[in-house]
Design a binder for this molecule. Structure first.
Ligand code: ATP
Length: 338
């Protein structure tokens, strides 16, 4: 039995959480993998109700669980996800951009992953004001850069695709900070002679993700660049509604959609739950690897195939060119699963 903590979030968070819970219940009831789910509050709703965006009880329950699923939170995101990533030392943010059929995509047959350093860079919130200016501290360390580089290379090895790692930075301008990142990646590359290694400036990468996304395998980059490039990569393959992510540490991991709370469509019942359902797929793969549990891998595959088959049949939510509501789309995923 795996105990899963699930933060329901804000905006479209509760809607896509309902879909995720249905999928988890189906797995538990029909697919022979025992899961228990505990729903938790964090984000704007928690701030309003409890006075804290990340309540202590939520943090305690997340820590006690085997893995966490987190729906997007709104304005208080920096006080929830950024804190969880740092507190739980979830240093690798893994964001796949993979083609599914029938998508409003720029190109097809894309299968790339962005490995984004998750604990440093401009996202530590170390900012201060002097007179009428503000300063943000960009901290990039050698150990954190090496750690994400190692993760990216082992991912490229395990994926067994193009066996290539592209290190993305801007060391011609940010010589010290990105200099450390680029050097750490190049040194780690020497331990993986069977993996091709290349470096690319972030502006060139942004262009190449549109021009020739099929050339990428694993992109390793710093926190802010990874955040921006992963939204771009998601759009290249069809949109944020299809984009899951994993925040991985040595002992724990948290899985969430790449997108935010999408307040513009909240309550309209049109949110695409695939990003969260595919986050379940990533969670099961991680649990499978951590616990050497074949059943998790088997069910992870089934979850991905169910989403694949549903969109292939032409049944889609509005963001990807269809007219299904969130619950109709979820019901079809469940039908494919069982
Ligand atoms: P954040 O900075 O927190 O990531 P954001 O301002 O980038 O948030 P998102 O909430 O990610 O904004 O949404 C960007 C756009 O994508 C919005 O127009 C939203 O409607 C759309 N969108 C995001 N997620 C989904 C989804 N699951 N289904 C349908 N549309 C979505």
């Amino acid at each position: 039995m795996y105990h899963i903590s699930l933060i329901t979030g804000d905006g479209i968070g509760p809607e896509i959480s309902e879909s995720a819970i249905s999928v988890l219940e189906t797995i538990n009831d029909k697919l022979g993998l025992k899961l228990s789910v505990e729903t938790l509050l964090a984000g704007d709703t928690a701030l309003k109700k409890i006075g804290k965006a990340l309540p202590d009880e939520t943090l305690d329950s997340v820590k006690k669980s085997d893995a966490c699923l987190k729906a997007p939170v709104g304005e208080s995101a920096a006080d929830v996800i950024v804190v969880l990533r740092r507190m739980l030392d979830l240093y690798a943010n893994i964001r796949p951009a993979k083609s599914y059929p029938n998508m409003p995509a720029l190109k097809d047959n894309i299968d790339l992953v962005i490995a984004r350093e998750n604990t440093e860079d401009l996202y530590t919130g170390a900012e201060f004001e002097i007179d009428n200016a503000a300063v943000a501290m960009r901290i990039i360390s050698d150990p954190a850069s090496r750690r994400i580089a190692k993760y990216a290379f082992s991912l490229a090895k395990q994926r067994n695709q193009k066996k290539k790692v592209t290190c993305v930075h801007k060391s011609n301008v940010m010589r010290k900070t990105d200099g450390i990142f680029a050097k750490a990646c190049s040194e780690v590359a020497k331990n993986y002679p069977d993996i091709k290694f290349e470096q690319m400036y972030v502006d060139a990468c942004a262009m190449n993700l549109i021009r020739q996304p099929e050339e990428f395998d694993v992109i390793v980059t710093t926190n802010l660049f990874g955040d921006i490039l992963s939204d771009e990569a998601a759009q290249v393959v069809g949109g944020l509604g299809m984009a899951p992510a994993a925040n991985i540490g040595d002992n724990f991991a948290l899985f969430e959609p790449v997108h935010g709370a999408a307040f513009d469509i909240a309550g309209k019942h049109i949110a695409n739950p695939s990003s969260f359902v595919l986050s379940i797929k990533m969670m099961l793969d991680w649990l499978g690897a951590k616990n050497n549990d074949k059943k998790c891998f088997e069910v992870a595959k089934k979850v991905e195939s169910a989403v694949y088959d549903v969109v292939k049949s032409g049944s889609k939510t509005k963001d990807i060119g269809g007219n299904k509501t969130t619950s109709e789309f979820t019901a079809e995923i469940i039908r494919k699963l069982i």
